[in-house]
Design a protein around this ligand. Structure first.
Ligand code: ZN
Length: 438
């Protein structure tokens, strides 16, 4: 059983901060398909379109019939643990610092045998009784063997952002997320110190509530306009974990001052500050609204990343509550422009591109950049849109889930999921449909 994580002691500032080493991350182009699925929280393997054989490791031709028609297909992940081992030595610097490390071989019910990192709650597999050659090779037989140790395999991104497979016990247990191996893979908010850049919006307040509920140690809540009082604000400020901090993302000095004060302590940055005005090009004269959107949605992210990025990177190997993640609230309109919210879409597309750059720069230090692409949020700027809309609380819990499960790209809500599917299917068709009003 996983022991619950205790609140870590305060760091002795005189002690040396550990440098980050990444696990091996070289993957071929084909194998990156598994990473792309894991980035959205799915476990996928290639399946042959001719003979239905499931492939592992990823390859260019079917292992059974040599067909090149292999399609990435979601996997249930059920299987039998057939052996396990504990590493006590490794030549790789990342694993050497984290020994002992448990690995296993799992025969998936879908067919292939895969190598997995093993969760601490998975029991040791029972020794094989009888002739080794008599091991059942047909998955159904393995599943029906009475003393088979059943496990559930899931795909996660490791600290280098590459997909790895993890063997979980079939039943969830209370402190499962506190497993040391799992905490290395994810960015669980528990005991972490988090900056939420804008606490004045409905989404900001929902985020603060969700992060506190998830066990955050401190939540610094940015507010640009101290005179503005909103409903629900008092509930936020009353929380003992919450500290209000002045933060105006349009002002480089404000961002630099806050980074000077708390930059060295923040473990997770959640940048939810945004300006959203309806309309496209022709319905408004001048560029003031568009500039205001760019100034927060794009330049605000740039200012924040320049000030907080280096400190976050420096502390990414800092014990059980190392600096872990950077969350950007983007929009599904970043994928394809939605003309009724045209300038907002453009600012989010710019922010998305910058967030990809941030992700690449953060990768070397193992900080996960989580991009969130909600459809229309149920807030004051989307009042005229018909449902379905994402409720702020649902958006906040999707973000906490992504942090806990190490998901990199989040599309919360039905609209975002549907747009993503249409965009993947054919971006040009989606562009024409959106031009015609969705
Ligand atoms: Zn085949």
């Amino acid at each position: 059983m996983t022991m619950p994580l205790m609140k870590p002691r305060r760091k002795n500032p005189v002690l040396r901060t550990r440098q980050m080493n990444l696990p091996p991350f070289a993957r071929g182009r084909t194998a990156l398909g598994m990473t792309a699925a894991a980035a959205e929280g799915r476990f996928e393997l290639q399946m042959c379109q001719r003979c239905a054989a499931v492939q592992y490791p990823p390859r260019d031709a079917c292992c059974r019939c040599l067909s090149a028609e292999l399609k990435w297909t979601p996997q249930g992940g059920a299987g039998e643990l057939i052996s396990d081992t504990v590493l006590h030595h490794s030549n790789d610097p990342f694993y050497r610092e984290r020994l002992p490390w448990r690995l296993g071989l799992v025969r998936l019910d879908a067919g292939p045998t895969v190598i997995v990192h093993l969760h601490g709650d998975v029991e040791k597999p029972p020794p094989w009784q009888g002739d080794t050659a008599a091991r059942p090779s047909v998955p159904d037989e393995a599943a029906s063997r009475p003393n088979a140790l059943r496990v559930h395999v899931g795909a996660r991104l490791d600290r280098a952002g590459a997909a790895v497979l993890i063997g979980f016990p079939p039943e969830e247990s209370e402190h499962m997320a506190d497993d040391t191996m799992l905490r290395e893979m994810a960015s669980d908010p528990k005991f972490r110190k988090i900056l939420v850049t804008d606490g004045k919006t409905e989404v900001g307040q929902a985020l603060v509530q969700a992060l506190v509920k998830a066990g955050a140690d401190i939540v610094w809540v940015g507010h640009a306009e101290p005179w503005k009082k909103l409903g629900g604000w008092d509930d936020i400020t009353a929380l003992p974990q919450v500290t209000l901090v002045p933060l105006d993302l349009t002002n480089g000095r404000s961002v630099a001052e806050l980074a000077g004060e708390i930059g060295g302590k923040v473990d997770i940055v959640v940048n939810n500050a945004e300006v959203h005005r309806a309309f496209g090009i022709a319905s408004r004269r001048g560029t003031d609204a568009a500039k205001a959107e760019m100034d927060i949605n794009y330049f605000g992210l740039l200012r924040l990343a320049q000030e907080f990025g280096p400190a976050l990177k420096a502390r990414s190997a800092d014990g059980a509550t190392h600096a872990a993640a950077w969350v950007n609230l983007l929009s599904v309109y970043a994928l394809s422009n939605y003309p009724p919210h045209g300038t907002f879409s453009a600012s989010k597309a710019a922010a998305y591109s910058l967030a990809q750059c941030l992700r690449a720069e953060m990768r070397a230090s193992g900080i996960r950049v989580v991009n969130v692409f909600p459809g229309p949020i149920d807030d004051e700027w989307n009042q005229n849109l018909p449902p379905p809309k994402v409720l702020p609380a649902a958006l906040a819990s999707a973000i906490v889930k992504a942090l806990r499960e190490g998901i990199e790209d989040v599309y919360p809500g039905e609209v975002a999921q549907e747009w993503l599917e249409r965009w993947r299917d054919n971006p040009k068709v989606l562009e024409r449909e959106l031009a015609a009003g969705g």
